[in-house]
Design a protein around this ligand. Structure first.
Ligand SMILES: Nc1ncnc2c1ncn2[C@@H]1O[C@H](COP(=O)(O)OP(=O)(O)O)[C@@H](O)[C@H]1O
Ligand SMILES: [Mg+2]
Length: 598
């Protein structure tokens, strides 16, 4: 692989909020969806799997709402962390409601597991009275597919959302896959005082697809020679279908699958030399056909899934071919059993869905799987013929697994991240590398925290802590103690957080992050004066610690020192805060200003 100017194509994962500059071809859809969300109580955005719903919301719509006056837009909500937990894990604070509320709650605020949706939203607003609150729930289908045993919980959540729509100036945006649209519509009367507004998302039309190909490249300082992007899009529009009688037909679609577009563009980009500034027809020709590119993607995916699940590669390939491609060369289907799908553990199916090799679809009362793209039929057969004699097992080091885990976490694929981390941890134990093992525990806790499973995060951090302590690694111990305190805060145990914060500070009195966290915990525990003193200690060590200034500013509002608060918040904002805190700091600043003026 060559050294390339920054990779402009995001590949198989959804776009993030911060990638709007790379997001092209959806400007009309983004404006339309924004307008609907601002105007309607409940908007449903629906479309097939992998058509770009999540991306449109994060990179297309949210940036358009930045300067919307008197409107508060919450972070995007989710209902479950991931769909493969055993049922037992799904009850309690891991429930739909708590997960939803946690995902809506800005960082550093503490969600309360007992609160209803309405009162949680009230706490998030914290006295501010915006004209309207915009809240979205991505992957709404998870409410219907994930845990059939959780029907009562589902109905309770619908009831609480309905209540919140009555209590607050709330506009909901629900993202759902087409196969669950009918089920969701069935709740219309229960949920909303008004009919749902429906917005449908299709694949990319020709002109939009060209924009999605060329836009990101120009952002990285390269361009396509005239007509080349159009040629690539033409290829993406053509698929060969095999019908039930075994006849092949080439179909030219009006639309392009954004997923295939990503795979093709990423492959094209990685093949370019470092000095290329124009992508010519010759370079496109060297790329080979799309089936081959998809075959290479399939190979990589199978390798990763094998690594992740322990199912040997040849077995995995054979299973995919026989289960999902019929003798006639059409797409086959299999339904999800309680633990297995067509004799493979469900973990394998989930890992393939996460990589868009399979898609999930609800039919009647069960979930069915088939290949994610028609073109995969041919690609898998190609991959089969080209499959190298790679049957000899390859030795991977714990570091390989750790890298794979980090990559998966970066893509938001928590299931894979956790499994890779597990393998890495047990390998490093086998090799007697205790330091590596402890680091992996801390990493696993990070995964759990990102996905919102706080209980697991706490448990794993506690284990990491005793490892680091027995290795007498003070720096790592303090890091873990601080993280542990933060998790306790998120779980609504401020006293425990204070205790942990004190231990961290005692071990390393010069650690600004530990002191800042202790201050924050003291505030949450109801001692604003102690909190202010602790923030002062942190700021004595580093007078430009933005988060400590932000914290002290908030505490000073509670202590009615509005002038001091304003000065702190202004400095914190000037120094720069993480995005989630920046919004809150601005709100706090307005509050201080108001109180000063009044
Ligand atoms: N406008 C776009 N341009 C290029 N690629 C896109 C665009 N929108 C989505 N994608 C890609 O399509 C794939 C599926 O997107 P995603 O947002 O996850 O879809 P969904 O939420 O509908 O399942 C991802 O690889 C994503 O990067
Ligand atoms: Mg999505």
């Amino acid at each position: 692989m060559t050294s390339n100017p920054t990779e402009p194509y995001v590949g198989p994962r959804p776009f993030r909020r911060t990638e709007s500059a790379l997001f092209h071809g959806r400007s009309q859809e983004a404006r339309h969806l924004r307008d609907a969300w601002l105007a309607e109580r409940v908007v449903v955005l629906h479309g097939p799997a992998a058509v770009g719903k999540t991306s449109l919301l994060h990179a297309g719509v949210l940036p358009l709402l930045d300067d919307e006056p008197r409107t508060l837009t919450l972070p995007v909500g989710r209902l479950i962390h991931q769909p493969t937990w055993p049922l037992a894990h799904a009850s309690g604070p891991g429930g739909y409601r708590f997960t939803l509320i946690s995902s809506w709650t800005p960082a550093r605020q503490t969600p309360d597991p007992e609160q209803s949706v309405s009162s949680a939203l009230e706490s998030i607003l914290a006295g501010a009275a915006p004209h309207r609150v915009l809240a979205a729930i991505d992957h709404m289908e998870e409410l219907f597919t994930a845990f059939p045993a959780r029907l009562p919980e589902r109905d309770r959540l619908i009831g609480e959302l309905a209540q919140a729509l009555r209590d607050l100036p709330l506009n909901l945006l629900l993202l759902v896959r087409d196969d669950q649209l009918a089920t969701l519509s069935g709740y219309e009367g229960l949920l909303s005082p008004q009919p749902f507004a429906y917005v449908r998302l299709d694949g990319l039309g020709q002109a939009s697809a060209v924009a999605a190909v060329t836009g990101p490249a120009s952002h990285s300082g390269r361009r396509y020679a005239p007509g080349v992007a159009e040629q690539l899009v033409e290829r993406l529009r053509k698929t060969t279908y095999t019908d039930r009688l075994g006849e092949s037909v080439e179909i030219v679609s009006e639309q392009v699958s954004p997923f295939e577009l990503q795979i093709a563009c990423a492959a094209l980009w990685s093949g370019l030399g470092g000095s290329t500034d124009t992508i010519t027809a010759e370079l496109l020709a060297q790329l080979g056909d799309l089936t081959g590119i998809l075959a290479a993607y399939f190979d990589r995916a199978v390798r990763d899934v094998s690594l992740e699940t322990g199912v040997p590669e040849p077995e995995l390939r054979a299973w995919i071919e026989t289960t999902f491609i019929t003798e006639r060369g059409t797409r086959g289907t299999a339904y999800r059993g309680l633990t297995q799908t067509a004799d493979m553990p469900n973990a394998v199916v989930d890992a393939l869905v996460a990589r868009h090799i399979l898609t999930e679809e609800q039919r009647a009362r069960s979930l069915w799987y088939q290949l994610g793209q028609e073109r995969l039929v041919e690609a898998i057969r190609t991959a089969h013929h080209a499959a190298p004699a790679r049957d000899r097992p390859q030795e991977h080091t714990p570091a390989d697994f750790r890298a794979a885990a980090e990559a998966a976490l970066g893509e938001g694929n928590f299931i894979s991240a956790r499994r890779f981390a597990d393998v890495a941890a047990s390998r490093s134990l086998e090799q007697g590398d205790e330091r590596q093992f402890a680091n992996l525990l801390a990493f696993k806790a990070e995964v759990a925290r990102v996905e919102g499973d706080l209980e697991a995060a706490r448990e794993t951090l506690t284990a990491a802590r005793s490892q680091f302590e027995s290795q007498q690694d003070a720096l790592a111990t303090v890091r873990v103690l601080t993280a542990l305190a933060e998790v306790c805060l998120s779980m609504g145990s401020p006293d425990e957080a204070v205790d942990l914060g004190r231990q961290a500070v005692a071990r390393m009195p010069g650690d600004v992050a530990a002191r800042t966290l202790l201050a924050h915990a003291l505030w949450r525990a109801g001692s604003p004066a102690d909190a202010e003193a602790a923030y002062n200690d942190a700021l004595d060590l580093d007078r430009n610690a933005a988060r400590a200034l932000y914290g002290r500013g908030q505490v000073r509002i509670a202590l009615r020192d509005f002038r001091g608060a304003l000065a702190d918040l202004d400095r914190a904002l000037a120094l720069g805060l993480p995005r989630s805190e920046e919004d809150l700091a601005r709100q706090a600043r307005e509050q201080a200003l108001e109180r000063l003026g009044g």
